[in-house]
Design a protein around this ligand. Structure first.
Ligand code: ZN
Length: 662
């Protein structure tokens, strides 16, 4: 291994590698690559944790796993495989959630540094807080299609993962798509998967039937029974059967509709656990479809077809027509080549009609705001899969960052972005100019964290405050909440202390506009002051969130109407970047204008106005002309130094900024 060979590294780095203790959080796409790099480099003492088991669909990019490992613990198999590369390494594997109370402050304090290779924001936020609390450097990494990034998070030195609000999450676990959609995009992703199941390249990752492995439905007897009794004969769960089933039914629109939008929904309803805290979906009857939907036009004016939102009856008509056309296209294609399939294309009228109609029908069923065909087209055109090579490159950069940290050169750990195509300097890997300092207003890493919470104090219950706001949105694990001034504890993390409050409305307990809540999470070593602002609850889900959490009350003002330069609230780093760090089995959505903007930033011929939108007068550190001294010799080889940070500054989230805090 590299570190065992004299002369590969300088003595200082060699010793540091041999004597460090590393925690890798996540054994998925990036985690596997990191672990391989660590053992090959000669790191001796490694611990790795992952909650997941190996799925067949992981095998195209998580190369420590093979077919015979499907169903086994990711961390355990990753350890086994990595040990074959370097039997001298000591690797401890945990098949567990990093958010478990077993991994508290003392656990984190054992390590020289932590490498985050996670696939979801909740776990990232938690690891961020634990590393801040333990004061251990964290190398946070992620990929999104061909984009990737690596950043250092170190208390007091750098921005933390939560320093700036993020665009809405663009990755969705399979069970959200299949069982519990709550946003229009979830329904759009599902519909694209359905297209592929029926007409496109079949992919086990893209199952559209109810997911009985949903951890939330665990122990749900009704769900299991429904699965065992009905599923197979109705084709609900056999992964490859959707197309065969549709084919054997002649792609009959009524039968397909009944299965997708009635039977499968009924089946989901039988999984009781899913609907304890959610509004349950409503199955639809083909023969009795609503023709009037609030805000939706039933007119069939073709000129406005793209801009209008359709009634469900109209969706069903379009669904039937698109289904027939697509079936005919597939049959034509297969006359020439029997195993061929259609490829989804947003510019193909039938393919787009099919997805728009299905997405809106599903949205209606789940009480989610419907969208026009035009909106759906822009969202559906930007769903891209995980890429193995991106993970490998990013994992390499993670190790280079580790070298700098271990030799005390933290200031050289500038955030690095991997771009889909080279910039005008022919660079794919682009570092920031320097480590970005913490946001003094951050509600996580500021000395006295404070946040503003806007919600309807006359509608929200204590249970919702606890589950949706504190746990889901603010990623606390076990919060305690006290009303400041009154000294009244309204939520306790101790069982049996405040359960009687759960169904009470905030106002009943004295929480109203102007109230201040003191929230503590002992597990995360995190205290937060929450200022309450009352605002009326929106009528429809999906368009406007039920509540907002912001660092500053000013941020509550609608952003949509503001000047583009307001986009500068998106910081220059990953923390506001469009490519929210992602990895793995999840899908991601990138905004329509992403590529265009990334490409044109430096184009001289570009009108100044447009460039302005990507180089806002944001709060960035003053640009230093001097290059940072480098102690790691290979630094320059892998991370090109750039002179102009504008290239990696924010990519405006024109359409999504308004939902940044949702
Ligand atoms: Zn912060």
């Amino acid at each position: 291994m590299a570190a065992s060979i004299k002369g590969v590294f300088n003595d200082e780095l060699q010793n540091a590698i041999l004597n460090s203790k590393i925690l890798v959080v996540g054994a998925g796409g990036i985690g596997c690559e990191i672990l391989k790099n660590l053992v090959m480099t000669g790191f001796k003492d490694i611990e790795i944790i992952d909650l997941d088991t190996i799925d067949v669909s992981n095998l195209n990019r998580q190369f420590l796993f093979q077919k015979q490992h499907v169903g086994k613990s990711k961390s355990a198999v990753a350890r086994e495989t990595a040990l074959t590369f370097n039997p001298d390494a000591k690797i401890t594997a945990y098949h567990d959630s990093i958010t478990s109370s077993d991994y508290g402050l003392n656990f984190f304090k054992k390590f020289s540094l932590v490498m985050g290779a996670l696939d979801n924001r909740a776990a990232r936020n938690h690891v961020n807080r634990m590393c801040l609390a333990a004061d251990i450097p964290l190398i946070e990494s992620g990929t999104a299609g061909y984009n990737g990034q690596v950043e250092l998070i170190k208390k007091g030195l750098s921005q933390c993962y939560e320093c700036f609000p993020k665009p809405p999450q663009k990755t969705f676990p399979g069970c959200t798509i299949r069982n519990t959609p709550s946003e229009p995009i979830h329904c759009i992703v599902w519909s694209k998967h359905l297209f592929n199941q029926l007409f496109g390249e079949e992919d086990p990752d893209q199952d559209v039937s109810p997911d009985t492995a949903d951890p939330e439905a665990a122990g749900d007897k009704a769900g299991e029974e429904a699965l065992n009794s009905n599923a197979n004969e109705k084709g609900n769960v056999e992964r490859v059967s959707t197309r065969l089933w549709a084919h054997s039914n002649g792609y009959d629109p009524e039968k397909l509709f009944a299965k997708l939008f009635h039977d499968d929904i009924k089946y989901l309803l039988s999984m009781d656990n899913l609907w304890k805290k959610r509004t349950p979906p409503t199955p639809l009857d083909w023969k009795n479809l609503p023709d009037e939907v609030a805000g939706c036009s039933k007119d069939t004016d073709e000129r406005l077809k793209d801009q209008q939102r359709w009634s469900i009856a109209k969706c069903a008509l379009i669904f039937g027509k698109a289904l027939e056309n697509l079936k005919n296209k597939l049959e034509e294609l297969r006359k020439k080549s029997p195993n061929d399939h259609l490829v989804w294309d947003k510019d193909d009228q039938d393919a787009m009609d099919f997805v728009a109609a299905c997405a809106n029908i599903r949205a209606y069923i789940f009480g989610i705001a419907q969208k026009s065909r035009f909106d759906i087209k822009s969202m559906a055109g930007n769903i891209i899969p995980a890429i193995a090579t991106t993970n490998a490159i990013i994992a390499g950069v993670v190790i280079l960052h580790a070298f700098r940290i271990l030799t005390g050169n933290l200031k050289a750990c500038k955030s690095v972005y991997l771009r889909p195509r080279p910039n005008h300097r022919n660079q794919f890997l682009v570092p920031e100019r320097e480590v970005n300092p913490p946001n003094p207003k951050c509600y996580v890493c500021a000395p006295t964290p404070t946040a503003v919470l806007a919600l309807d104090t006359t509608k929200m219950t204590i249970a919702e405050l606890n589950d949706s706001v504190l746990k889901e949105r603010l990623n606390m694990i076990a919060p305690d909440v006290m009303i400041d001034g009154l000294g009244k504890i309204i939520i306790s993390s101790e069982e049996g202390e405040t359960e009687e409050n759960n169904d009470k409305i905030l106002e009943e307990l004295g929480v109203k506009n102007g109230s201040i809540l003191k929230v503590d999470d002992f597990q995360q070593n995190y205290s937060l002051t929450v200022n309450i602002v009352h605002r009326d609850k929106p009528a429809v889900r999906g368009d406007v969130p039920d509540f907002l959490v912001v660092a500053d009350e000013q941020d509550l003002k609608p952003k949509e109407e503001e000047e583009p330069k307001k986009d500068n609230q998106v910081p220059s780093t990953s923390n506001g970047q469009v490519t929210d760090i992602i990895d793995d089995d999840l899908l991601e959505i990138i905004p329509d204008d992403d590529d265009e903007l990334m490409e044109v930033v430096d184009e001289e011929e570009l009108p100044a106005k447009k460039r302005k939108t990507v180089s806002p007068g944001r709060e960035v550190p003053l640009i230093k002309k001097r290059k940072t001294d480098r102690q790691v010799s290979d630094d320059g080889d892998d991370c090109c130094v750039i002179e102009d940070t504008n290239e990696v500054t924010c990519i405006p989230q024109k359409n999504s900024l308004k939902r940044v805090h949702s």
